[in-house]
Design a protein around this ligand. Structure first.
Ligand code: ADP
Ligand code: ADP
Ligand code: MG
Length: 500
């Protein structure tokens, strides 16, 4: 195939991932174009790009999800390629096809691969043909409840009812016994319809003590395909990752190469090229099963970049230009250990509910081996229109222990006020014996975490909070006498009526 150079790239995304992509493009001498919604007029990605175009009002359905407006912006600016980032249109095969039909390059896999992997059922059918191990379960959508219950019994409870079109942890229900089957099925179907417009669901055995292990794969348009090792993503809340690391502490070199080979086969089963992620679930006996493939750059890709020394966006762009992979599997090595913590504007003491507001204080940690990928500055607001992720902090060190210590130090040096964040929770994870020993699974939060166990991150800030709380308390009710030696009531009251 002929190579075609990208002279100008439009990034169809916002926030940290837009910046991440724009940076690599600039380093390659590529001209850059940002798109933005009216809510993002002053966002960092807009300021960073060479050119920018407003594509509509704040809701994503009127801006970042409007493929035709984005393609028009690319044509208007004379761009030759579109990078979709993650989320939004990144896994939309119609968008990818429209980009190609407009004569532009899509920085990602072929639309047909997105289509196959976008349906969990089609993905399982494709992967099975390439001998990739699957979680025991149904291979067709279920509609007949008595029949489904019979199957669930054969598979053995607990089972998971999953939306075929699912993503982001939505449309998934655990069924522990026969008696709750109907209820959970109804919930899964209605969640699937409202989130994905497709109510097809299927059953999978619920793997006990499951670890989420995924492999980064990379393929060019000449048939070469490699894996860039694994990422362990078992620390999750609501089936959503919050801490990721590479490599996993439980894989032996033999298991790593077996799973890596299965990942490459899963990618080959749908004619894949560019960067992608093959997700597996690993049980307590070290059996692994294919879960799904994410046909895009993953949120947690930086941990792979840190242990391999590679720039995945640079490689994505080179692959899109038609260049062959610059290395073979045998050239790749794991160097040290990397941990990513996702800093979300969420309240871990309140079920991790999003906590939007303005970043009153925002100071990043610094130092050797610390990387912060974010899209915010002090004074900026976390908008309720979009994902509440503030930043990803990635620490790289020579060993897992050293990476954990570095992460704790960096969390201590990260100062955010104005919104609640997951930082304190991530520190709790780093200090927990189960995490440190490597003996944990996706139930970590359920099994080990209680909001009462969270310690204040910064003593001085906490004292300020207590003082402010007491002042507010006294001010609010001048008659109130705060009992000496009993500040806890005032503090908890402050916690309830938190000032943003
Ligand atoms: P990762 O596996 O990269 O961590 P996530 O599941 O956290 O991916 O999703 C990454 C982004 O993509 C998030 O912003 C999430 O909301 C979005 N996303 C994932 N799946 C879908 C989907 N099917 N439809 C819409 N958005 C999705
Ligand atoms: P999504 O598209 O929402 O990311 P996945 O199929 O990747 O859906 O599953 C998300 C998470 O749910 C996994 O990381 C894992 O924690 C859990 N999970 C999924 N399937 C199973 C299963 N069969 N057994 C146990 N846990 C599962
Ligand atoms: Mg997944």
């Amino acid at each position: 195939m002929k190579t075609r150079k990208i002279n100008k790239l439009l990034v169809a995304n916002r926030g940290e991932i837009a910046l991440r992509v724009l940076r690599s493009a600039k380093e390659m001498g590529i001209q850059t174009v940002a798109v933005y919604s009216e809510a993002d007029r002053h966002a960092l990605h807009v300021r960073f790009a060479d050119e920018s175009i407003c594509i509509g009002p704040p809701p994503s359905s009127e801006s970042y999800l409007r493929g035709e407006k984005i393609i028009a912006a690319a044509l208007q600016t004379g761009s030759d390629a579109i990078h979709p980032g993650y989320g939004f249109l990144s896994e939309n095969e119609d968008f990818a096809q429209d980009v190609i039909n407009a004569g532009l390059m899509f920085v990602g896999p072929p639309p047909e691969a997105i289509r196959i992997m976008g349906s969990k059922l089609a993905a399982k059918q494709a992967a099975a043909k390439f001998n990739v191990p699957l979680v025991p379960g149904t291979s067709e959508p279920i509609s007949d409840i008595p029949q489904a219950k019979k199957l669930a019994k054969e598979i053995g409870y607990p089972v998971l009812i999953k939306a075929s079109a699912g993503g982001g942890g939505k449309g998934m229900r655990i069924v522990n016994h026969d008696g709750e089957f109907e209820e959970q099925m109804e919930r899964a179907v209605s969640e699937a319809i409202s989130a994905f417009g497709d109510g097809s669901v299927f059953i999978e055995k619920y793997v006990t003590q499951p670890r989420h292990i995924e492999f980064q794969i990379l393929g060019d348009q000449h048939g070469n395909m490699v894996h860039l090792f694994e990422r362990e993503c078992s620390i999750q809340r609501r089936h959503q990752k919050v801490v990721e690391e590479a490599p996993s502490s439980v894989l032996t070199p033999e298991l790593r190469s077996k799973m890596g080979e299965a990942a490459v086969n899963a990618a080959k089963s749908c004619g894949y090229f560019n960067a992608g992620t093959v997700e597996f679930i690993l049980d307590d006996k070290m059996n692994f099963y294919f879960l799904e493939m994410n046909t895009r750059l993953q949120v947690e890709h930086p941990v792979t970049e840190e242990i391999t020394g590679l720039d995945l966006v640079n490689l994505q762009l080179r692959i899109a230009q038609g260049e062959p992979l610059p290395f073979r599997q045998s050239d790749l090595r794991i160097n040290g250990h990397a941990i990513e913590v996702r800093v979300y504007a969420e309240d871990p003491t309140n079920n991790f509910l999003p906590d939007i507001g303005t970043l009153k204080t925002y100071r990043r940690p610094q130092g050797h081996g610390i990387r912060v990928d974010d899209g915010f500055e002090e004074g900026m607001a976390i908008s309720f229109f979009y994902d509440p992720m503030i930043a990803k902090m990635i620490c790289h060190a020579t060993s897992r222990e050293a990476a954990i210590e570095k992460t704790i130090r960096a969390i201590n040096d990260y100062h955010i006020t104005g919104v609640e964040t997951t930082l304190g929770f991530c520190k709790f994870v780093m200090e927990h014996p189960a995490f440190r020993s490597g003996k944990f699974d996706t139930k970590f939060v359920e099994q080990h975490f209680k909001p009462e166990l969270l310690k204040p991150l910064h003593e001085s800030e906490d004292q300020d909070r207590v003082a402010a709380a007491l002042a507010a308390y006294v001010f609010k009710d001048k008659q109130a006498v705060v009992p000496a030696g009993e500040p806890t009531q005032a503090v908890s009251r402050w916690k309830q009526n938190r000032l943003k």
